[in-house]
Design a protein around this ligand. Structure first.
Ligand code: FES
Ligand SMILES: [Fe+2]
Length: 399
């Protein structure tokens, strides 16, 4: 259900055109306009807690690495050797000892990104080390969450975007939470990334598609529309409802989370941040999920769970059960994403019609169309014209 939000009369219920879900040209424009220029979540600070620990993140043909220096400071860099472009650190996460050593020819960089040494130094002309360090990335930490941006863009600072959540998140002490292996997700999906977002941006499907989640909340769930690049949804437990073992047991054993205000002890709260990040605040843990586009029709959905450092046995068991409910929900959603994305290529597809309960999808699409008005066109532009037509619609030139 939607919170008490007055919807405009006669709003456009039609959604994005089908072609927007499989056009490779549009995907390339999205990479430029959205994924390179909007904040991207990389990790929690405690995923790189020790000196030399790093986490990498790739999107839109760009590669980032976040690493903790000898001075204890976390920094973000392009994961790209200045010699010939190899990855400096090869894995999704790991720890470097004294330095980052390029796997290709062995150039070494200090943990603060400065060039430390060149293999066979005398075979190069004179080079000033300070000009050959790793290229830094813009990075911001909000409540322990590390975001980077490959290029400046239309968004303000993360702290400004998410400021409206400051009060609600404070008591979770997220910055001091630690990552857990339970309930992490790194799933390859044969869908356009927007199909992931579309399923996630509405709760209309919860009753039918997510028996576990619905039993947890009953009808005590609502979505707020996207506003200034953020959305919020809240599910309040319906204590008397539901027969599924994991749900019943979860509500039964979940101890009093006395670090939280009373009303948040029996709620799951979700914050969405445009374009591709969702944070879930639970009494037992905090989770995130994020869709990382790979191509027009391929997406990786990743996520992780963070727990409080001190955790009772009961809270640990409750976290295990909330993870189980989440895992079921994710699998149910992934099926729906595939089906609705496939449909956009069918000869029978003639668009969608949104309920009032899907207003969150519409407001998200509005945000997309403001940046990429070409998505408002019923048919794709002629091949090779995507960027020009979009620019013309933005008033930046002529098509
Ligand atoms: S590409 Fe890194 S040392 Fe050559
Ligand atoms: Fe769902």
């Amino acid at each position: 259900m939607t919170a008490d939000i007055a919807l405009p009369k006669d709003w456009d219920r039609s959604g994005l055109p089908g072609w927007a879900y499989f056009s490779q040209e549009l995907f390339e424009l999205e990479c430029e306009t959205l994924f390179k220029t909007h904040w991207q979540f990389v990790c929690h600070v405690n995923e790189a807690a020790e000196i030399g620990a790093y986490v990498t993140f790739d999107v839109a043909g760009e590669r980032a690495l976040v690493i903790r220096g000898h001075d204890g400071i976390l920094r973000g860099f392009h994961n790209l050797c200045r010699h010939r472009g190899s990855r400096i650190v090869p894995d999704a996460r790991g720890v470097c000892n004294k330095a980052m050593v390029c796997p290709y020819h062995g150039w070494a960089y200090n943990l603060d990104g400065g060039l430390r040494g060149i293999a066979n130094r005398d075979t190069f002309p004179p080079m000033q080390a300070e000009k050959w360090g790793l290229k830094p990335l813009e990075m911001e930490i909000w409540n322990g969450l590390v975001f980077i941006r490959f290029q400046a863009g239309p968004q303000p600072a993360v702290a400004e975007i998410l400021a409206r959540f400051d009060d609600e998140i404070a008591s979770y002490d997220l910055a001091n939470m630690v990552p857990t292996d339970s309930n992490s997700m790194d799933d390859f999906l044969a869908v356009n990334w927007k199909s992931v977002r579309d399923v996630d941006n509405e709760g209309y499907h919860v009753r039918q598609a997510h028996p576990g989640l619905h039993q947890l909340y009953g009808d005590g769930y609502f979505d707020e529309p996207y506003a200034n690049g953020t959305s919020r949804s809240v599910g309040t437990f319906n204590e008397a409802y539901g027969h599924r073992w994991s749900v019943r047991k979860y509500r039964e054993i979940l101890p009093e989370a006395d670090h939280l205000p009373l009303h948040q002890r029996r709620q799951w709260i979700y914050f969405g941040m445009f374009p591709n990040f969702v944070l879930g605040l639970y009494p037992d843990s905090v989770i995130y999920y994020q869709e990382v586009p790979q191509s027009a029709t391929q997406t990786v959905q990743r996520g992780m769970c963070y727990r409080r450092r001190e955790e009772s046995r009961e809270m640990k068991a409750a976290r295990y059960l909330s993870g189980r409910i989440d895992r079921d929900t994710a699998e149910e959603d992934q099926m729906l994403m595939v089906w609705s994305c496939e449909a956009t290529k069918s000869s029978a597809y003639d668009g969608v019609i949104f309920s009032d309960l899907e207003y969150g999808v519409k407001t998200y699409h509005d945000h997309l169309r403001r940046l990429l008005p070409v998505m408002g066109q019923p048919a794709p532009p002629e091949p090779g014209q995507m960027a020009q037509v979009n620019d013309a619609l933005l008033g930046k030139g002529t098509a």
